[in-house]
Design a protein around this ligand. Structure first.
Ligand code: GLU
Length: 545
């Protein structure tokens, strides 16, 4: 009896032979330059920005090479799975505009020829290759009670090998056919473990597109490739799936570098061509002391992709920010191509930063301000409304009811302006920003020493106020009254002799601004007045502090 017989005992009902599997998953008919990447999330019900970062890199590499980008749901760990997790995933990816060439729809339809695109539906494939490895003496069944733990392995190590021996051989690695048969007859559960060829002293080399040639201690552990429930842990699923599905570059987080030697041995044992890895750096944050730490679900709201939707960031802002993190060339490219879609920016895997990117909300806000400053009023209004419909229903009603007013507000000093206003970085802040358009101010940022002058000026100004025809008219009107009341008509005059005046025209404008908006800083007053209309403007100007 040989290993093949053991394999047949373990897998008596294989659906396919190895040859049939390869016939079902032929090599993709693509040029060498066309990259095939995938996003392979586990359905945990939460999308971390680091996961999205990976998806985004993979998407860009495939798209930029006219290649293929597919989605594979890695749901082999049923213990970690959460209801609706797939929905969360698809929702985030959709909103971010990430499109897949191949995937499984939410209702379980596979789109593409390399499916199923969900790992829990691929067990029959893993079994073919587990059978192959056992047949060839490169894997074996392990019947230890706690076979999924480490205790058994460690026990053997203590008993058999010297103190500093690196081998982690499993006690079941040399079971005979008869022994296996007895276990199977008893119905004993078993896992399948790789029978490592290494003895703990070897080194292994592998290449990483970002980090270059790497060398590490080779795997010397009989690790599990199929759990006792017949499902594969990550390494085996990765080797089988990425090979059959024709992935050409595996983009994954650099936390996987330490386990890559095990994956290299698996590829070799399976007779698969070693896959090209691209381990992307993880995203960090600076804490208050200025030390870096990984951005984390626990401490950082921005670690959750939902944060950006809830706060109403344009998705392009986040994409551009991530491109900045991926490749420092993006910033220069953006400067030289201020109006080009970011999708035109191309980078190669080996141009991805080796330095851990630090997430900085201020930087994201800057990028976002810029993007929003270029939106046409109508577009900004529409984006704001779409956001409000999801996160602030009463606001959405108000926006819909006064569309013309709010479109104009969104246009103020923004679209078409020579120096567009850059005060908005997300949709959530807009209500606060435009508070004076929703209701009359109730609080005023007035300096107490200005109270008397402000009241005097507003009294005079509101008395004869008529909606001016243009910004110039408006300013001329302010100037006239200001001069009459003892304000300097010209700033030079004022500067030369400030004590001779109550202030300059800017001060007079400040009083008007305060009466109308409650704040000292706002878009062009004339435009705000036109939005509010003569009656409302006049009523606000009648304010006495
Ligand atoms: N399911 C793995 C994860 O979410 C995939 C890693 C990979 O992309 O290979 O970490």
């Amino acid at each position: 009896m040989n290993n093949r017989d053991i394999a047949d005992l373990l897998f008596p009902n294989l659906a396919l032979t190895e040859g049939e599997v390869f016939a079902k998953y032929p090599q993709r008919n693509l040029d060498k330059s066309q990259i095939v990447t995938r996003f392979a999330p586990s359905p945990t019900g939460y999308m971390h920005i680091g996961n999205f970062f990976q998806a985004f890199i993979s998407y860009n590499l495939a798209k930029n090479s006219n290649g293929v980008f597919f989605l594979r749901i890695e749901d082999t760990d049923k213990k970690r799975e959460v209801a609706d997790a797939k929905k969360v995933l698809y929702n985030v990816l959709n909103r971010m505009g990430i499109e897949f060439d191949e995937y499984q729809t939410l209702d379980g339809q596979d789109v593409g020829n390399y499916g199923p695109y969900v790992q829990s539906e691929r067990n029959h494939l893993y079994h073919v290759f587990a059978h192959k490895l056992v047949s060839e003496g490169r894997a074996f069944p392990c019947f230890c009670k706690k076979t999924e733990g480490k205790e058994d392995v460690l026990k053997l190590r203590e008993n058999k090998f010297a103190e500093n021996d690196e081998r982690e051989y499993d006690p079941c690695r040399n079971l005979s056919y008869e022994e296996v048969k007895k276990h199977i007859k008893n119905g004993d559960p078993f896992a399948i473990r790789l029978k490592t060829k290494n003895e703990g002293t070897e080194r292994v080399k592998f290449n990483d597109l970002i980090k270059g040639d790497l060398e590490a201690k080779a795997n010397a552990k009989d690790f599990i490739i199929l759990k006792s429930d017949g499902t594969p842990p990550y390494p085996f699923a990765h080797a089988v799936d990425d090979t059959l599905m024709g992935t050409t570059i595996v983009v994954r987080g650099e936390e996987y570098i330490s386990s890559t030697p095990a994956h290299v041995e698996l590829f070799e044992a399976l007779g698969f061509k070693q896959i090209q890895y691209c381990h992307n750096p993880l995203i960090y944050k600076l804490n208050e002391q200025g030390n870096r730490r990984k951005i984390s679900k626990r401490y950082d709201p921005e670690a959750n992709m939902m944060y950006f939707f809830e706060n109403g960031y344009p998705t392009d802002a986040l994409c551009e920010y991530l491109l900045n993190m991926i490749n420092s060339g993006f910033e220069i490219w953006r400067k030289n191509n201020p109006d080009t879609d970011w999708r035109q920016f191309k980078f190669n895997a080996n141009e991805i930063t080796t330095v851990a990117p630090i997430f900085d909300l201020v930087k994201l806000n800057d990028i976002s301000k810029n993007i929003i400053s270029k939106m046409e009023g109508k577009t900004l209004y529409q984006n704001w409304l779409t956001w409000a419909e999801e996160y602030d229903a009463p606001l959405a009603e108000r926006l819909k009811g006064e569309e013309e007013k709010f479109v104009k507000a969104c246009q103020m000093d923004r679209d078409g302006a020579v120096k567009p206003r850059k005060d908005i970085y997300n949709y959530k802040m807009m209500k606060e920003n435009f508070a004076y358009l929703f209701e009359r101010p109730t609080e005023y940022q007035l300096n107490s020493e200005d109270k008397e002058n402000a009241n005097e000026f507003l009294k005079e100004y509101s008395k004869t106020f008529k909606m001016p025809a243009s910004n110039e008219d408006w300013f001329a009107g302010v100037k006239e009254i200001a001069e009459k009341l003892g304000y300097a008509a010209d700033n030079k005059l004022y500067k030369a002799n400030p004590d001779a005046y109550k202030g300059n025209t800017a001060k007079a404008c400040e009083f008007i601004r305060l009466a109308i908006t409650g704040t000292k800083n706002s878009p062009t007053l004339f435009t705000i007045m036109s939005i509010l209309g003569e009656e409302e403007t006049k009523a606000r100007l009648a304010k006495q502090f």
